[in-house]
Design a protein around this ligand. Structure first.
Ligand SMILES: [Zn+2]
Ligand SMILES: [Zn+2]
Length: 339
């Protein structure tokens, strides 16, 4: 086979369309992956709608990729043809710049950008990736089930473990959706007293079945007051897509509490007096690097954490994308790639 198929965004705001391409040869430090599954993430809208300057079109979106390595470019070490590999938002790192040398590879000064944004991603039968972006994927994990762990999973898992909260602390997962339904599972398994916060009571039973110990209906009253009544949160993992909703819960932080912002909502206003009285913080969190991906996958396997998915074939990528953007999917959308 010398051709591949990809669902490409022809221009900003355009509809995804199928394109046949020659199979690409991996360049230096790159591998070619035969894609088995790719999750459809809200951040794909960056590429589909052209929300970032400098994206070159046509572009293949997709940054929750699991597949098998099919070919190695020059100077790839530590990977073999036939190995299972995962690729997330993290597009790779150089290993020699100041940030890389300080263990901050996500901010690499040499390799910029993101999978499916500045380089082609996984809405395709094949893709190229830098070896430094690859995560080892345990053989026992099903690619379709596990693909969302490489963005929704790593982002919540990694934000939680870097929030400063320790086992037993009160941690709120704000929003029980694509990110939050994984966040609840990770928080409970990481040993936190886990509070799920969402509008209405529809998702309460599900949140509790995923491990939430408490549930707050953010429409029924002031969610910040409700958290304070529980003692104040050591961490709030803010997964929602509304700045107003984030602002409304920030006051629920306790002493030394941190709100980890992982939903992109634009400008956010918080009460500085409230923050300084509590030594509290609002912090953004980058999803994570390749080794964080591996930690996420292994932790999920050990603790039987899984994403709930709606599955579409590659040819239905436009419908899959629209379903994800509707906010109605339960909870992640995944493309199954057959050949
Ligand atoms: Zn994503
Ligand atoms: Zn670097």
């Amino acid at each position: 086979m010398s051709n591949m198929r990809a669902m490409v965004v022809p221009a900003p705001g355009g509809r995804l369309r199928m394109e046949e391409r020659d199979l690409p040869e991996p360049g230096r430090h790159e591998v070619r992956i035969r894609v088995q599954a790719c999750g459809v993430c809200h951040s794909d809208s960056v590429t589909v709608q052209g929300l970032m300057p400098g994206i070159i079109y046509p572009r293949v979106p997709g940054h929750e990729v699991i597949g098998v390595i099919e070919a190695l470019g020059p100077d790839v070490e530590g990977w073999d043809v036939g190995a299972r590999a995962g690729v997330g938002w993290f597009g790779g790192s150089c290993g020699y710049c100041g940030h890389c040398r300080r263990g901050e590879a996500f901010a690499c000064e040499t390799i910029h950008g993101a999978t499916g944004v500045t380089r082609d991603g996984g809405y395709a039968t094949h893709m190229l990736a830098l070896a430094s972006a690859l995560a080892h994927v345990p053989e026992a994990l099903d690619p379709v089930e596990s693909a969302p762990l490489l963005c929704a999973g790593i982002t919540t898992f990694n934000a939680l473990r870097n929030s400063g909260a320790r086992p037993g602390d009160l941690v709120a997962i704000h929003g029980v959706g694509g990110l939050g339904h994984l966040g609840v599972q990770f928080a409970a398994r990481q040993g936190f007293r886990t509070v799920a916060v969402n509008r209405g009571r529809d998702k309460e039973a599900l949140a509790r079945s995923l491990g939430a110990h408490e549930y707050i209906d953010s429409e029924a009253g002031d969610p910040a007051e409700a958290l304070q009544a529980m003692g104040g949160a050591r961490a709030i993992i803010a997964t929602v897509t509304s700045a107003a909703a984030m602002q409304a819960i920030a006051g629920g932080l306790g002493a030394n509490g941190t709100m980890m912002v992982i939903g992109a909502v634009g400008d956010l206003t918080v009460n500085s007096l409230d923050l300084l009285q509590k030594s509290a913080a609002v912090r953004g969190w980058y999803s994570g690097t390749a080794v964080d991906q591996e930690d996420t996958l292994r932790f999920s396997q050990l603790n039987k954490i899984a994403s709930m998915n709606e599955v579409f074939p590659l040819t239905q990528a436009q419908a899959a994308y629209e379903r994800m953007m509707s906010g109605k999917a339960r909870f992640r959308v995944v493309l199954r790639i057959d050949g």
